[in-house]
Every structure is written in structure tokens, then in C-alpha cells.
Write a protein of this length. Structure first.
Length: 527
């Protein structure tokens, strides 16, 4: 174990500091498609009874009108975060009629590209901006890609922890600078080790054959309707998912916050010839917000993002530049189709130990080579993580994946123990043991279990997924929310609709001018 990690563990293990680790915050965003009873994409508008997708803070839509997104508050105990997510699911199911929430990450059999509805947010300027942005995404990446769903895990360490470490390490600079540098260091380590999460939690080894729309691929035929790779863990995170030639040259450097925000600022301001050729308007209608590499910074697709809560009207990048990094958003998690919410407490407890390890361990700067290795290791594991004898690259040398995975778990164990010491009990160490079992026996991984279930029931990916969706619907519907909770969600939905109406009635200024000033806001940021 590194000397730095030992020192930090000792400091956080002191009685005066131990309670700090109970103050980490956890938030979850879960995306899921609404589907019909036959397991087809729901073509219905976002149910009004769920409130306004523009202003309801807990239930919104992501890309498609059919792609729901459930958002929990950030809470200190992930058990409470999951309880909050559970309640959102139960409320949604009270309003979904005969529709279901699709259980896995990869989509149901989809209609023709032009029949996938884009999320609509009303007539206010900000609502229209969100809509045009999605029209731009459809133009750039196709609508099919935008129907993939995932789980985002938001995690922060307590604000009081940073000055403590900063002082112990004699860092020269402000508390804010130290905190941002520490989160960027966490992100670098996450890039190094995130392949491990794909092996442990990847749950998308198969997909509906129609998803590829006839594109060429290297997948194998599972049955007439299903494509798969025998050792894949997460086809969602492979190069079958998002592919963008425009973003190919965009590799934000995670060596400090400034270089990261600079590279995104440049991308939002740099024209990309194929997009320039299309233009921003067709037949007098907006089709994309601009013709640059990125329309807005959120278009940059990455496995983990540094984040800061934004003020009204503020852009994510402005918030980061102005006030530094506040938390990280882990974006690579597949939805586990065996779990009603797609994630459970054991997974969350392990993620906390893993992220704490990434935050407190040594994190050398990434070179072009180490950055390249991180990317190729990740792609190897998503496509063939369960292949016996799989080799990854570490420090320019081949290393057996399982051997490295076992070493990593051994290094994460003291972090799990420290979290248990802080919280009481042994939940984090137990979660770690469950991952250890998966490394020793790949048939315990969710990706292997998906293929095993499809084989056992002789069913296609779509049939398996619908069966799971129906089982989860039954789970949530069999025990509705207590009246008080139901009323709270009803009120949230009503007030969000009123809020949207008010926004639309009081809108001042022209949409074109609004887009212009929105674009200008990012160019005005000075470091």
C-alpha cells in the first residue's frame, strides 16, 4: 500500500475524524424506457400525472419522450438514497397504467428511427433549448443510441475532510484548489481502475438484433432476434454505444481542473465541418444549437464527470470554474435487470469503498500511454471481461485481469474496513466479499447471469427483459406508497406543472436571442 494512502487512512481513522466518513453524500439518477405491455417503445407523451419533465426535480425525461429519469436527493446514507429511489418507482407505477419500465440498459425492440419521439419540454425558452439540443443529438448520433439507459451514481466526500488533508500534506493554495485537485486525482484513478466495475457490474452482454439497424458488427447470433458476445460484460459501454467522430479528438486531460474545463470550452466553441454543412436551421426550424464539436458541455460523453451544483441559468462549466469541484458523477453503471431499481445497497456500498480508494490513493498524472492503456483495458473488459486468461496492460506490461482484480480488492479492503468502522457494522466488507466471489467465479457476474437466464428459458433478449420488467412492475405495484408519501409526490407533480405554466406565461425575449446569449455565456468565462 502506498505511503500516502497509509498516512491518509491513519488520519481518517483517528477518533476525532472517524465520523467524517458518515457525511459522504450519495445521489442516484436512474434512466428507464417506458414500454407497452408487448415490450415495445411507448409512443405516448410523458404522463402529465408525473408532473412537468422540465421542472419536476425527481421525475424527468432524458433524451426520448419515452426515456424516464428518476433523480434522488443527495443523502448521507445510501440506504436512504435507495429508499428514495424505491418511492419514486412506486409513485411512477401508480401513474403508468398498462405500461412498464424496461428492466435492462439496452433498449427494447425499437420502431423506425423517425418514430422515436424526442423529449418535449414546452414553449419556454429553456424548454425549447432542451428540445433543440436533443434534436441536435438525433442529428449527430441518431435516435437509437439515445434510447440506451444507465445509472448515474453521484458521490461526494465531506467538505470538512479536504482542509484536514490539505493541512496534513502542507498543500500550498486555497482549500478550494486542494479540493478540486483531489477530485481530479480521484477521476484519474477511476480512469485507471474503472474496468473493474465493468467486470463486477456490467449487465449488458446481449441486445436486440434490430438495435444495430443493419450496421456491420462483430457480434454473434444468440438466437434469431438477439446478438451477443459470449464473454462480454457491457455492450452498452463498448464502441457499439456512443460513437462520435467529432468527439474522437476530444480527450479532456484530467491532470488539473483548468485543462479539463479549457478543453470542453474549446469544443463548445470550435466548428466541426460536417455539422457546419448541416447548419443550425432547416426550413426555418432549429435543428441543432450550434455547429460546433459540442452543442453544450454535457454532450461530451465520459464515464465520470467532475460536477458542481449550478445556480439558475448557470452552465455546468461556469460553476466548476467559479467554485471548483463539489462531487463526481459516475456514469458507466449498467442497469442490473435482476434488480427492481437496477442497483442495490450492496453495489452502492462497494462503490463507496472503490471511490474512496480512488480518492485517497496515490494518483500520478496520466501520460498519453497510461491514458491509452486505461481506454484499451476498459474496452477489453466490456467486450470480453469473462474470457479465461484475459490480459490487460499495466505499466507497459501485460497482466492477468483476475490477478490484478484480486490485488485491487486487497487494496480496497482497508477502505471498506474504515467505512465500517465509521458507520458501525460490516456492510462494506461484506459488499467487498461479494465482489471477491465474482472474481473467483465469473458465473456469478450479472453479465453471465443474464446469458444463463436467457439460455435456461430459451428466450430472446427482448423476452427475457420483458419478463423481468413484468416481475419488477409486480414488485412495485403489490405494495403502493403510504397515503402521505403518495400525496407528497402528487403535490410535487402538480406544483411542477404550475411552475412550467408560469415560466411559459412570463417568458420575455425571443428564442433566437436566448440561444445567442446562452452560447456567449461559455465564451465569456475567464480562468
Amino acid at each position: 500500500m502506498s505511503e500516502l494512502l497509509n498516512r491518509r487512512l491513519a488520519l481518517l481513522g483517528e477518533r476525532a475524524n472517524l465520523s467524517l466518513l458518515e457525511q459522504c453524500l450519495h445521489g442516484i439518477e436512474r434512466e428507464c424506457l417506458r414500454v407497452t405491455g408487448e415490450g415495445r417503445l411507448a409512443q405516448t407523451p410523458h404522463p402529465e400525472s408525473l408532473g412537468s419533465a422540465l421542472t419536476n426535480e425527481q421525475i424527468t425525461t432524458d433524451y426520448s419522450e419515452s426515456l424516464l429519469e428518476f433523480i434522488t436527493p443527495a443523502l448521507a446514507d445510501p440506504a436512504d438514497t435507495l429508499s428514495s429511489l424505491d418511492k419514486i418507482h412506486r409513485f411512477a407505477y401508480s401513474k403508468l397504467g398498462n405500461e412498464y419500465l424496461w428492466s435492462p440498459s439496452m433498449p427494447c425492440p425499437l420502431p423506425a428511427e423517425e418514430d422515436i419521439p424526442i423529449a418535449y419540454y414546452g414553449t419556454s425558452n429553456i424548454g425549447q433549448l432542451k428540445y433543440v439540443y436533443r434534436k441536435g443529438l438525433a442529428l449527430r448520433y441518431g435516435k437509437t443510441m439515445q434510447c440506451i439507459a444507465g445509472i448515474h451514481y453521484n458521490f461526494s466526500l465531506p467538505e470538512k475532510l479536504w482542509p484536514l488533508l490539505k493541512e496534513a500534506e502542507g498543500f500550498v493554495g486555497t482549500d478550494r484548489d486542494y479540493q478540486s485537485a483531489a477530485y481530479i486525482a480521484l477521476i484519474r484513478n477511476f480512469r485507471r481502475y474503472s474496468w473493474l466495475l465493468m467486470y463486477l457490474f456490467g449487465s449488458s452482454p446481449a441486445l436486440d438484433a434490430g438495435f444495430l439497424r443493419g450496421r456491420s458488427h462483430q457480434l454473434e447470433q444468440f438466437d434469431a432476434e438477439t446478438l451477443y458476445l459470449p464473454y462480454a460484460t457491457s455492450l452498452r459501454m463498448s464502441d457499439l454505444g456512443y460513437q462520435s467522430n467529432a468527439q474522437a479528438g476530444l480527450t479532456p486531460c484530467y491532470n488539473d481542473l483548468n485543462s479539463y474545463t479549457d478543453s470542453l470550452r474549446k469544443a463548445v466553441a470550435t466548428p466541426y465541418p460536417p455539422y457546419v454543412e448541416i447548419g443550425t436551421h432547416q426550413d426555418g426550424e432549429w435543428v441543432q444549437l450550434n455547429t460546433n464539436i459540442l452543442q453544450i458541455e454535457n454532450e461530451y460523453y465520459s464515464n465520470i464527470r467532475p460536477k458542481r451544483v449550478t445556480y439558475t441559468g448557470e452552465r455546468p462549466i461556469q460553476a466548476l470554474v467559479a467554485r471548483g469541484i463539489q462531487y463526481v458523477e459516475v456514469r458507466l453503471l449498467d442497469i442490473n435487470p435482476f434488480m427492481p431499481m437496477g442497483i442495490d445497497l450492496q453495489e452502492a456500498r462497494f462503490l463507496d469503498a472503490f471511490l474512496l480508494y480512488c480518492a485517497l490513493n496515490e494518483s500520478p498524472l496520466l501520460t498519453a500511454t497510461t491514458c491509452g492503456n486505461a481506454t484499451s483495458n476498459f474496452l477489453s473488459v466490456v467486450k470480453e471481461g469473462r474470457r479465461p486468461g484475459l490480459q490487460l496492460q499495466r505499466d507497459g506490461q501485460p497482466v492477468d485481469m483476475k490477478e490484478w482484480a484480486l490485488e485491487l480488492l486487497e487494496k480496497i479492503a482497508p477502505l471498506a474496513a474504515l467505512l465500517d468502522q465509521s458507520h458501525g457494522g460490516d456492510a462494506h466488507s461484506t459488499a467487498l466479499d461479494a465482489q471477491l466471489a465474482k472474481i473467483k467465479d465469473s458465473s456469478l457476474t450479472p453479465s453471465a447471469q443474464v446469458l444463463a437466464a436467457m439460455t435456461e428459458h430459451k428466450e430472446s433478449f427482448a423476452r427475457f427483459s420483458l419478463r423481468q420488467s413484468q416481475a419488477h412492475a409486480e414488485f412495485f405495484r403489490s405494495e403502493p406508497l403510504v397515503a402521505e408519501e403518495q400525496a407528497r409526490f402528487e403535490e410535487l407533480a402538480r406544483s411542477s406543472l404550475a411552475q412550467q405554466t408560469e415560466l411559459e406565461q412570463n417568458e420575455v425575449g425571443d428564442f433566437d436571442v436566448f440561444v445567442g446569449s446562452y452560447q456567449a455565456s461559455i465564451l465569456a468565462i475567464s480562468n
